[in-house]
Design a protein around this ligand. Sequence first.
Ligand code: SF4
Length: 125
Amino acid sequence: MVDMPQQPLAQVPQDAVWDWQEHGSCRKADPSLFFHPQNERGSARRSRDLAAKAVCASCPVRIECADYAVRAREPYGVWGGLTEEEREAIYARIDIAEYPRQRGQGAIAAAEEIDQALRPLAVIA
Ligand code: SF4
């Protein structure tokens, strides 16, 4: 995997654990679904994001994954069914002084967005 630059406020939470990744549905999926190639735009990006969301939809650790990504302010990729743009909106809405860093707090702070993240799949179903 290519090392990606991190946003200034992106950071791995101190209490991060990784055991949930062992159970992620993406372990059997094409990794390129989850991270956009350079200069990907428009319908190509939407299609790839939707394909990644479809994998996340049946993932047994989706909430843990989304919680981690929100807490880490993960800048790249689809995590927990949330695209980069959807997470950017979460990062922008939460005051950095009150930003969730403890395990489980990200899922609570972004519960509505996590719930809505898979709704685009219903439109194309
Ligand atoms: S929610 Fe999606 S990105 Fe996260 S572990 Fe599951 S399949 Fe992978």
